[in-house]
Design a binder for this molecule. Structure first.
Ligand code: FAD
Ligand code: NAG
Length: 432
């Protein structure tokens, strides 16, 4: 392999796997993507990206950045372009529909760039050359060679593949993570329930405007309350309003093998019965049957390292977070940018297997603190939104201060600095 670009196998073709594949291909590195599904696909729901993630897309590949902006939607009102969310008092029972009290506003240099997940994934797929993706390949396990040979991937259908290194982008239920930790029964191999779930829905914009008023429908809003919160933001260039309604619970999730289930709308009314008229109206607009998502994360047993020899975990596979910061996918894109820049360093190919191991070690060292902080901070933020955070409760001033500080830690990070630091550490061990 010396002096040759390595062969990288990526397990999983979600946002992480595809962004990483595109970033590596752009840098002349050979990749194969193994996806368990019969085609690339994403569930129909919205996902928002903060400015740190948009900058990381540019580092991964300007084509990703361009593709993203083709499908991204910001707040529709020009004077709210930089608003991340307006935080509203969802518990205000006296305010008529659309007239809840504004508690506070968080802004970024770029507002909330939101996409319909399926549309963004379609754009990413267009950037993946033919012959790179292999479908219906569910990874069962990995075998390491004794020496410098190839790493072997064993799939559920009995087939195998080989690569110089493997990057697990296989999401929250990652097989790669379980293998790295030494088995399904090891702490951290399985994600844990955060005792929150979320109903998700999409509402045609015109209906939302008619019923909720233009500001509520066309700009990002977070309706806060006791033990629950509902957020809405525009997607599809303003044609659709995305809704996510979170609620806390004491009950276990019935079946950890299935993280979503269909629920009747009466449960949403029940959960939000103490909320005010605006929230009731949002629920009225939802379909009679809704997807309900269990919010799981990897926060109870964070991985001690994302690397093991020439195998590495990246994205949700390494650090699945609850979605309260709206930063889970964004941090995956930062991961991909750092990984691609490390693997593209000339010293990596030159050093052969030692180079790949070193790149993965540095990736792990550089990414662990920030990504694991995000998982914990997101839990805390969910509680802040739902007036459950210890020492804060319903104190709006404190909620604002803490949310702002946490969000800015995410948004202000500069990908160039993260990459430069990683490359420096890599050079130090490769002696470049
Ligand atoms: C309700 C909710 C709302 C969210 N909102 C936001 C938001 O607003 N902003 C944000 O930034 N993030 C958000 N997130 C987080 C974001 O969705 C994830 O961080 C992101 O999608 C993770 O991408 P991934 O590619 O790492 O994993 P995934 O998207 O899970 O992709 C993993 C891929 O690997 C495949 N795979 C799995 N196992 C195997 C196997 N054994 N073999 C082969 N293939 C396999 C899967 O089929 C899938 O295609 C939200 C999450 C949730 C649950
Ligand atoms: C992962 O990287 C660390 C350095 O960060 C290193 O000490 C360790 O040996 C690596 N783990 C494995 C299993 O290769």
């Amino acid at each position: 392999m010396a002096n040759n670009s390595p062969n990288i196998a990526i397990v999983g073709g979600g946002i992480s796997g595809l962004v990483l594949a595109i970033a590596l291909i752009r840098r002349g590195i050979k990749v194969q993507v193994y996806e368990q599904a019969h085609a690339f696909g994403e569930i129909g729901a919205g996902v928002a990206f903060g400015p740190n993630s948009v900058r990381a897309m540019q580092t991964c590949s300007p084509e990703i950045h361009t593709a993203f902006h083709r499908v991204a939607t910001r707040n529709q009102w020009p004077d709210k372009r930089n608003v991340w969310f307006d935080f509203m008092d969802g518990y205000d029972k006296d305010a008529p529909v659309g007239k809840e009290k504004l508690l506070f506003t968080l802004t970024t240099e770029d507002g909330a760039n939101a996409v319909h997940r399926a549309h963004f994934l379609d754009e990413l797929v267009k950037l993946v050359p033919d012959g790179v993706a292999h479908f219906k390949k569910h990874l069962d396990t990995i075998e390491l060679p004794d020496g410098d040979g190839k790493v072997k991937l064993l799939f559920h259908d009995g087939t195998e593949a080989e690569a110089d290194a493997v990057i697990g982008c296989d999401g929250i239920k990652s097989r790669t993570r379980a293998w790295m930790l030494g088995g399904d029964d090891k702490p951290g191999a399985a994600p844990v329930y955060t005792y929150k779930y979320a109903y998700r829905g999409l509402i045609p914009m015109q209906r939302a405007v008619d019923e909720l008023g233009e500001d509520n429908a066309k700009n990002a809003k977070m309706h806060l309350g006791q033990d629950g919160h509902i957020l809405t933001f525009p997607v599809n260039h303003g044609e659709t309003m995305n809704v996510v309604a979170f609620h806390a619970t004491e009950d276990d999730w019935p079946d950890a093998r299935h993280l979503t289930r269909s629920m009747e709308k009466k449960h949403v009314y029940e959960d939000f019965k103490d909320f005010g008229p605006t929230v009731q109206k949002i629920i009225d607009l939802l379909e009679p049957n809704l997807d309900c998502w269990a919010i799981f994360d990897t926060g109870d047993h964070p991985m001690e390292a994302y690397n093991k020899s020439r195998v590495c975990c990246l994205g949700d596979a390494a650090h699945a977070t609850s979605p309260h910061h709206g930063a889970g996918a964004g941090i995956c894109i930062e991961d991909a940018a750092v990984m691609a820049e490390l693997l593209a360093e000339p010293g990596v190919a030159k050093a052969g297997t030692r180079g790949l191991e070193a790149a993965f070690r540095i990736f792990s060292e550089c990414r662990r603190e920030r990504t694991q902080w995000l998982v914990q901070s997101s839990r805390r933020t969910g509680d802040l939104y739902e007036w459950r955070a210890e020492g804060v409760g319903r104190d709006v001033g404190k909620i604002y201060e803490e949310c702002k500080e946490r969000d800015e830690r995410i948004w202000d990070s500069q990908i160039e600095e993260l990459v430069a630091e990683a490359k420096e550490s890599l050079a130090a061990i490769l002696g470049a």
